[in-house]
Write a protein that binds this ligand. Structure first.
Ligand code: FMN
Length: 161
């Protein structure tokens, strides 16, 4: 099964998860970027996009335009919503994917800003219903549970490596 893991990561947590999943699923990782959030003016734009639910321009790797059996899209939760670059991708670029799955990384400790809301928004934006979703908290990412969490997601996906 040809699987692409396409992710956005600002501070490296999602990258870490994506790289582990890529190993575990024998998948290809690829990173999308958002120059609009570069240091300086980008730092001002970012909270507005989060609050208003806007979709900034993104740079998508060429790999994402290829034909994949499964595309897994991941990124951070910001303000209980998907980071805006994820919204941009799902709104503008995901229509051609045959099968999709999603994951988010998050702090996961605030009842006011639950990651489940971000998963629900990504699910609603996805052109085809995601076959699986998973939440990786910072505690998972920096603790001993990361491989077990990745294995749980793998089981949900039904992908054998
Ligand atoms: C601006 C901002 C908003 C955040 N909002 C939330 C939130 O609403 N809920 C949550 O659980 N974590 C939240 N976090 C924590 C991030 O989702 C978490 O650190 C994530 O793993 C970062 O991923 P990255 O390192 O790939 O960028 C927020 C972090 C930032 C910088």
């Amino acid at each position: 099964m040809r699987t692409l893991i396409l992710y956005y990561s600002r501070t490296g947590h999602t990258r870490r998860v994506a790289e582990l999943l890529a190993e575990q699923l024998a998948a290809t990782p690829a990173e999308m970027t958002c120059r609009a959030y570069s240091p300086g003016l980008g730092a001002l734009r970012q909270p507005f996009d989060v609050l208003l639910g806007l979709s900034p321009p993104i740079e998508v790797p060429e790999l994402a335009t290829q034909d994949w059996d499964l595309v897994i899209i991941g990124g951070p939760v910001w303000g209980a919503r998907p980071a805006p670059p994820l919204r941009s991708y799902l709104r503008r670029c995901a229509a051609s994917h045959r099968q999709m799955a999603i994951f988010v990384t998050c702090n996961g400790t605030s009842r006011r800003y639950p990651p489940e809301r971000a998963i629900a928004e990504m699910t609603a934006l996805a052109p085809t219903r995601p076959v699986a979703s998973h939440i990786f908290t910072e505690a998972h990412i920096s603790g001993p549970d990361l491989a077990a969490q990745a294995a749980m997601f793998q089981q949900e996906l039904g992908v054998t490596s």
